[in-house]
Write a protein that binds this ligand. Structure first.
Ligand code: NDP
Length: 230
């Protein structure tokens, strides 16, 4: 049986991905920066014995990625679904005072991390696997109409290019790689006024993921399954 791997799984959308994948009987590797503080994942491990493995991962640290690869190798089971969910948003950015660190940290977490993790994991992905890069409507260059969160938007647009290139790299193994926007969701990042709950967003995204075909690889889709203009 293959595993699904979810990054940034200790809270928000990542945690809800884990909950719903476990509820439908899947085996899940959940990564987070501080497993010892991930109380909800620890509880879920008890609820689903043998189905949930929690592993540390801080992105894009190459040593952390290498250590994760060793842990996954020890599981001796391919990964059938990689959900590059971990991401960050620098709040309250204003054009004119955007800092280099904000751009660097955003690129590192939102683009470099998922790209390097997928590259490292590629040998352990099963043929026909799914790779979901959790992007954002704010990554759409065609849809950009405001200056909201430049560091975030620029880094997620880079993630979209990473998605396209990874889809080309893994095409000969029928691995489907897409950029997937979750909608505006009430998490720490999305805030309380968001239009979707994590349950609604993840239910919708899993429906999209389940319906993916090889022809979808390299596309940028919304949680509804509709294409988003690059
Ligand atoms: P949260 O801020 O609630 O959670 C973010 C998660 O990512 C946390 O687990 C966090 O870990 C982890 N993370 C952040 N940076 C790193 C890093 N460098 N290395 C490893 N883990 C990291 O966000 P959401 O759950 O809302 O977002 C999940 C994904 O969905 C993100 O990629 C986000 O950009 C995207 N998204 C969300 C939207 C929304 O409305 N919520 C809209 C569009 C896209 P820790 O707890 O240690 O900080």
């Amino acid at each position: 049986m293959t595993h699904s791997l979810v990054t940034g799984a200790n809270r928000g959308l990542g945690l809800e991905f884990v909950r719903q994948l476990l509820a439908r009987g899947e085996r899940v590797i959940a990564t987070c920066r501080q497993p010892e503080r991930a109380a909800e994942l620890t509880r879920l491990s008890g609820d689903y014995p043998g189905h949930l493995t929690v592993m540390p991962l801080a992105l894009p640290d190459p040593r952390a990625i290498a250590a994760l690869m060793r842990d996954i190798e020890a599981l001796d089971s391919p990964v059938g679904c990689l959900i590059n969910n971990a991401g960050m948003l620098v709040p309250d950015e204003r054009y004119g005072s955007i800092e280099a660190n904000a751009l660097q940290d955003s690129f590192a977490a939102n683009a470099q991390g998922p790209f390097l993790l997928t590259q490292a994991l590629a040998p352990r992905l099963s043929n026909g696997a799914r790779v979901l890069n959790i992007s954002s409507g704010l990554a759409s260059i065609a849809g950009a109409t405001s200056l909201f969160s430049p560091s975030y938007s620029i880094s997620k647009a880079a993630l979209n290019m990473a998605t396209k290139l990874t889809s080309i790299a893994l095409a000969d193994r029928s691995i489907v790689v897409i950029a997937l926007s979750p909608g505006w969701v009430s998490t720490d990042m999305g805030g309380a006024n968001a239009s979707l709950t994590p349950t609604q967003s993840i239910t919708a995204m899993l429906r999209v993921i389940d319906g993916l075909r090889i022809a979808d690889s390299g596309r940028f889709l919304a949680h509804t399954g509709e294409p988003i203009d690059w």
